[in-house]
Structures are given as C-alpha cells and as structure tokens.
Design a protein around this ligand. Structure first.
Ligand code: ARG
Length: 583
C-alpha cells in the first residue's frame, strides 16, 4: 500500500491540478510541529515563482479545495503560504485498519521484485571470526531483511576470503611442522589429509602471520605456497579443502548464534574459474598492460583529487589478488543472478579497493550500465579509548568470546527479575545480550564509528535493544492478562491524544521504511522502533487499559496495542533481533 504521505500528496496534488497548477507541487511532508498540524505542503512557494502570484493566494485556493474533503479535520494557511493540515480521527482510524489488513502491514513495496546481490560477512577462512566482521554481519543481515520486506529479491553471499595469502601462510606453517604428510610430497595426486580442528587453525594462523613478519624466508615461502595453491597443486588443494571444511563449520555455528544466514557460501576461490575470462575481456578491450612484471588496468580519472593507482589483475608469479577475485566474482554474479544492484557491506577503509574494482568493472562492461555497484561502507567499533575495540590483553576479540561476555552481563542484569524463571534464564540472557549488541551497533548510521559500551547497551532506558525487548514483554503481559494475545481486532474509534499520537506514529512507519531502504540504513528502523516503544509507553501510562470500564474503549485500546506489538516485532525481525516473551 502507499505510505500516508504518498496518499496525502495525491490528495493535495489533485487540488493543485484542480486550481490549474502543476500536480508536482503537491508534495506533503509530516509536520515537525505536531502541536500545530500533522502534515504540511510548501508547494505554494514554488508555484508562486512559476505562476507569478503571491504564495498566500495560491495556498488559500488549495485550502478551499481541500476543505471540501471530509478526511481533513483542519486545513490552514500560515503566512507567507504554508499549507498546514490535520486529518480527522476517523480517517486515521480507517487508515490504521487498512494498514493492519495490508499483506505487508504498510511497508511500501518499492523493490518491485528486482534482484540485489548482497555481499556481506566476508570472513576469512583459517582466521577466527572477529569483531571486525561483526558489523558486516549485523548490518548486512538487517539490510537484507529490510530489502526483502520492501519487495526486493535478495541473494546473499558470504564471499569467504578463502584464496589469499592467509591460506598460503597456514599451509606453509603446516608443512614446516609436518613435512612428512603425503600432501606435501611433490608427486601427491589424491588421498587423505590428516584432520584439522578449529582450535588448531586459531593457533596456527596468528603464529604463521607473526613469523612471516619476522622471517623473510618464511614470508617468501608463504607467497609461493599461495601461488602454487592457486595454480592447482593437488597436495595444497587437499589441505586447503580440509581447512575450508573446518573453518566453514566453525563460521556457520557463529553466524547461527547471531541469526545471520546466507543463501550462498561462495568464496573468492569460486571466482577462480572466471579469471581467464576476465583476463581475456580486459585484453580484448585493450585495458590490460604489463607494469613492473604485473598485469594491471588503469582506473584513474581526470577529476581524481587523490592518487588512483592502477588495479593489479595478476602479480608477476601469476597469482591473483583481492581485486582479481572481486572482478571475476562480478562476472559470476551477473551471469547467475542478473542483479539490478550489487551491494557490498564492507569496512569503509576498503573504499579505494572498491573504487578501483567498480571502475575497472565499468570499463570492461562486466555488468550492464544500469546495474548499481555500491560499497555500503561501515565505520569501526571502538573501545572506550576511542580506538578499535580490543580485548583486555590488547588482542582482537573473537566473536564467540564477545557473545559470551554480553550473555554473562545480561544474565547478571536479569538476576533479580521476577519475570524470568530459572529455567528460561540463560536463553533470555543470551537473547537480551545479543539484542543489546546488535541494537547498539545498528542505531548508529552504518558509516559512523561508535563506542562499544555494554553497560549502556544493556540499559533498560534509552535507545537500547533491552528497552525494546522489555516494551514488547510488557505488551505481551497485558494481552495475556486480557486473553487477547491472538486477536487481530482493529480499533473502531480513537479517544485520546496519546492514542492519536501512537496511531500517527504507526501510520508514518511506511515512510520510515521507505527512507531506510532508500538510504540503505537500518538505523532509521531502530529509531522508529524506539519511537513506537516510547509513544506506546506514554499511551499506556496515560490510559489505564486494564482498569477501563468502558468495554468498547478497552477493546479498541487492546486492539491498538496488539497491532503496535506486531509492528515493533516486525522492526525487530528486520534488525534480526529475537524478542523474549517476558523479562
Ligand atoms: N574478506 C574481506 C576482509 O576480511 C572482506 C570481503 C568483502 N567482500 C568483498 N567482495 N571484497 O576484509
């Protein structure tokens, strides 16, 4: 269904047309002074210029037309020509019922079934999943859900880092420790590789990475192993497969805890089969040339203010780099999914890399000209010192440790709650903890850095996941007490100011979703969930639902809070935050 401002824009545009003016002047906005009016149109000012008339006169003409429409409670002209509008309560109640009946509960279907490939998560095989990948997973998951709710067909791909130097490092180190393994023999064709474990990988990668920084010989060896792997040496491929098996298992477990999932578990290695094609396209178009032993493509543009190095496609040892696999992956995605958009949810510090990749993809026409390629860059999660978040001993915190830390903090917080039974305690603590972390992240515009502050995130007050879960649990208990948990009744009438405010906030939600998807920014969903919760609390405080003796009124109020719950739950679902029944 249309959003409320779209519906009102149509009404006001009709009025402009009826008075002989351009329809496009009728855009309606929500008012920022709800005490004066609910909606506004400022079209008279542009009309005044276009038709050489005073804005006030035009606004008066529009007002006269709108005043015949019974849906308007009040239309006023404020000097020098603002049109201020307030709708009747009956009209608001009617729209609320339409929203409740709408298959998408008022979420505008702007996607029209277009396909988006979303690239998020981006963990690196053989390295433990750490905080740096947390934001990508959290933001990506919620953007995927938001886009789906708005009618897009979203294909999600984790795009594993499974083909780069980190694998060469791990295999080289395994070889130093176990030179006798068959897979390291020159003539290995196929056969078994000893089983590895996640703990082994967690230990071996940091060890090998450190060693390569101190030992030039080992570093050169790791590079050679990487190139040999990419050139298909059977023994290395066999170990690599074992590393992949262990890593993916571990990653899946971690993502599951976060409620994050992917349609495809492709990795950089899956792009390998498209690299020859990439090279021939680049060659045919005359874009590829040799520079210092490597094969590169120029992507600089005249208007560039900062240096824009050429993008390296093949290094002198014929190995591929990050950009190569990203370009080859674009060929694969275009072929398999023909997407209208490809969105990359990646740390914004990779901006240069993506600018190079997108420019090269355009020059090589790897996707149709109207396919959007966009980096949705995100900022850093910092510690209280304002620097990227570290563990107490200065290391990078593993995601699994983080989940444990927040779960413990939430458990402590809920220890005294009379609503949490002993048997549910640990599950509720886990949900509350994860909700706190996710909401604490998503409430910030994705491009911003933010400070990780678990005490603040777990607070029952303010813009927190905890407050939202708590609000839902309060509504649950009212509905339970009145036996109306499963009712989908709709309010027939509106009685009080707080109620009107709540209904308006509900009706404006469609516009918020529209804005959030246009901006690709889940923080607007967070803000709106919080707004609904606050207005609900005010409504609940001002109107004593349980003690209300007027049965019709009580029924309408219960119907209203029931729909409010449904809508807040929809926000939480989009944010991939699991609610709790009580807390
Ligand atoms: N694995 C990369 C990293 O850890 C992120 C991958 C992002 N996606 C991409 N298509 N490059 O930095």
């Amino acid at each position: 269904m249309k959003t409320i401002t779209q519906i009102l824009t149509e009404k006001v545009s009709d009025a402009f047309e009826k008075c002989g003016y351009d329809r496009a002047l009728g855009a309606v906005f929500v008012s920022d002074r709800m005490d004066l009016c609910q909606f506004q149109c400022n079209g008279s000012f542009a009309a005044a210029k276009q038709y050489k008339k005073a804005p006030f006169i035009i606004a008066e003409e529009i007002k006269n037309v709108l005043s015949d429409d019974p849906d308007f409670e009040k239309v006023e002209v404020a000097k020098p020509g603002f049109i201020n509008m307030t709708m009747t309560d009956e009209y608001l109640v009617k729209l609320l019922a339409e929203t409740a009946d709408d298959a998408h509960i008022g979420i505008p279907q702007v996607g029209c079934g277009d396909t988006i490939v979303m690239d998020y998560g981006g963990p690196n095989v053989a390295k433990p999943l750490h905080i740096g990948h947390l934001r990508s997973a959290i933001i990506g998951e919620s953007l995927k859900r938001l886009a789906r709710e708005c009618g897009y067909n979203v294909v999600s791909d984790v795009h594993l880092g499974d083909w780069g130097l980190q694998i060469g490092l791990v295999i080289a180190e395994l070889e130093e420790r176990n030179p006798e393994w068959d897979c390291f023999k020159e003539d290995f064709k196929d056969g078994k590789v000893p089983e590895l474990t996640a703990d082994m990988l967690n230990e071996i990668y940091p060890f090998a990475s450190k060693k390569s920084k101190e030992n030039e010989e080992f570093k050169a060896k790791a590079h050679k192993f990487t190139a040999d792997l990419q050139n298909g040496r059977p023994g290395y491929i066999a170990v690599w497969k074992e590393i992949l098996r262990v890593s993916i298992n571990d990653l899946k477990g971690n993502y599951e805890k976060l409620g994050v999932d992917f349609d495809y578990w492709y990795g950089e290695s899956d792009a390998d089969k498209y690299i020859d094609e990439l090279v021939s396209i680049l060659t045919d178009k005359g874009l590829l040339y040799k520079s210092e032993g490597a094969m590169v493509v120029d992507v600089a543009e005249e208007s560039d203010k900062a240096p824009m190095p050429p993008v390296i496609i093949k290094k002198s040892d014929n190995s591929s780099i990050y950009a190569t696999t990203d370009l080859a992956t674009i060929i694969q995605r275009n072929r398999d999914f023909a997407p209208k958009k490809i969105w990359y949810v990646v740390d914004k510090r990779q901006d240069l890399h993506f600018t190079q990749v997108f420019r090269c993809a355009r020059k090589a026409e790897l996707v149709p000209a109207d396919t959007e390629l966009e980096l949705l860059g995100f900022g850093t999660m910092n510690g209280s010192d304002g620097k990227p978040y570290k563990t107490r001993d200065g290391g990078v915190m593993k995601l699994s440790d983080l989940i444990e830390t927040v779960t413990n903090a939430a458990a402590e917080k809920l220890r005294t709650s009379e609503f949490v039974s002993a048997e549910d305690h640990s599950e509720i603590a886990k949900r509350v903890g994860i909700a706190a972390v996710k909401f604490g992240d998503l409430i910030n515009h994705r491009s911003k850095d933010y400070i990780f502050d678990i005490d603040k995130f777990l607070s029952f007050e303010g813009k927190t996941g905890t407050y939202l879960l708590y609000t839902v649990s309060r509504i649950n208990s009212i509905l339970k007490k009145t036996n109306t948990e499963n009712s989908d009744a709709k309010p027939a009438k509106l009685y009080t100011d707080a109620e009107r405010e709540l209904i308006l906030a509900i009706l404006l939600t469609g516009d918020v979703f529209r804005h959030a998807i246009d901006e690709k920014a889940p923080n607007y969903v967070c803000e709106n969930a919080y707004k609904l919760a606050v207005i609900f609390s005010k409504f609940y405080h001002d109107n004593h639902i349980l003690g209300e003796t007027d049965e019709a009124k009580k029924k309408d109020w219960l119907a209203l809070i029931s729909f409010t719950r449904k809508l807040i739950l929809k926000h939480l679902e989009i944010l991939a935050i699991e609610p709790v029944e009580n807390m």
